[in-house]
Design a protein around this ligand. Structure first.
Ligand code: ADP
Ligand code: MG
Ligand code: MG
Length: 371
């Protein structure tokens, strides 16, 4: 089947008895196939987002949809209680005629439908500290609304996603196997990782001992997963909930810092261009703490910087592992592309380690103002 066409049975299932004005590819998402559907008829008129879930990445689409149904239902209730507009401030699923949030077509594709949220834009990259701050507000707000959600009831849609010791163990196996014969050429990078053998346990240990609470995490906290209201310019809805899982709030925070506060591209070969901008770090921290509105515990506040360092280190470990294994996981567009990526992450880790006391001072100042 052509991935970019929608089987008629899918349309019949979600839009029975409805005349469809138009079905076309939509947006710039890289994971799912997304379509905009315009419908009119007795079972509902309007615009909808129809998506074919990427079931290569997500091997249990039903579990993923259980997560999304649980979380969006919760958000709808909270937003209503707080006097917000649940039609615009959360995704709303459209169910099949028999009440299911997901449909499997004859060729094995999995589909779902959301109401289309009008008059919004989606930006691919944050252009300024203000954009980055706005995205932090939205993801912090998401964290606040879900702070008392029973996170342990969520499925892990990608098992061990941020289990850094597991990533470290996989890396060590890749070094030992040296299947692509590259280990000797990257001894310095290997040593960088192995020097942090103990450190990789920091956050998972705190979670295991109950110091850090299990939270609902988003795990893809990019600017393009927020719908921005065209009139106000403010983020109104967090979308792309496929990777919602039980996890650590500081990891969501940390991953945003990893890709959003860097002064260089993720694959920048010139490492002099790569550092962690304290201005961007402060902008995001401010937005996140404001959005969280006091929902974070003191232990979480104390671990924000470790979240940033850990997510960056973990990402670097994954790039280096893929380089050692012959580039099977991340797509490469040039020789040593994954090695370049690993190096930017390690440069950022070093830079954040060096700036730790400055970052701590920023968190402390903002926490005193906002928490
Ligand atoms: P992917 O996982 O492929 O990134 P997303 O769920 O982020 O898929 O959706 C892709 C794009 O579709 C988004 O970037 C956004 O532009 C648009 N989109 C998704 N859901 C909605 C919605 N409910 N209303 C309006 N636009 C949406
Ligand atoms: Mg997306
Ligand atoms: Mg996605």
């Amino acid at each position: 089947m052509n991935q970019k066409t929608v089987p008629q049975e899918v349309l019949n299932t979600f839009f029975p008895g409805t005349s469809l004005a138009d079905v076309r590819s939509y947006g710039d998402g890289h994971i799912n196939d997304t379509f905009l559907v315009e419908a009119s008829g007795s079972s509902g008129s309007g615009k909808f987002i129809l998506q074919r879930i990427n079931s290569e990445i997500f091997q249990h689409p039903e579990e993923l949809m259980e997560n999304i149904q649980g979380v969006t239902g919760w958000l709808r209730k909270k937003i209503t209680e707080e006097g917000g507009d649940p039609a615009r401030e959360t995704l709303n699923l459209r169910l099949t005629a028999d009440g299911k949030p997901i449909f499997k077509d004859a060729s094995g594709g999995y589909w779902r439908v959301y109401d289309f949220i009008e008059n919004t834009s989606c930006f691919s990259q944050s252009e300024s500290a203000e954009d980055f701050y706005q995205s932090a507000l939205s993801f912090g707000h998401f964290q606040r609304l879900l702070a008392d959600y029973p996170a342990h009831t969520l499925h892990e849609t990608i098992p061990h996603f941020h289990d850094t010791p597991v990533r470290f163990a996989t890396f060590e196996k890749a070094v030992a196997a040296d299947s692509a014969g590259r280990a000797d050429s990257v001894r310095e990078e290997i040593a960088f990782v192995t020097a942090r053998r103990e450190y990789v346990h920091t956050l998972v240990d705190k979670q295991a001992s109950g110091i850090l609470p299990l939270r609902v995490t988003h795990n893809d906290t990019k600017l393009n997963n927020i719908l921005i209201d065209n009139e106000t310019g403010k983020g109104i809805c967090v979308i792309d909930l496929d990777t919602v899982m039980p996890g650590l709030s500081v990891n969501d925070f940390g991953d945003s810092i990893r890709f959003g506060a860097s002064t260089g591209a993720e694959d920048e070969p010139d490492l002099t261009k790569v550092s962690c901008s304290l201005e961007l770090f402060e902008a995001y921290t401010k937005g996140f703490l404001e959005g969280c509105g006091g929902a974070l515990t003191p232990a979480e506040l104390d671990s924000l910087i470790d979240g940033a360092i850990m997510m960056t280190l973990e990402c670097g470990i994954r790039f280096l592992t893929d380089h050692l294994e012959g580039d099977h996981y991340f797509k490469i567009h040039r020789e040593n592309h994954n090695l370049d990526r690993a190096r930017t992450q390690f440069k950022l880790v070093s830079d954040m380690e060096a700036k730790r006391s400055d970052m701590e001072a920023i968190v402390k100042k903002l926490a005193a103002e906002l928490c």
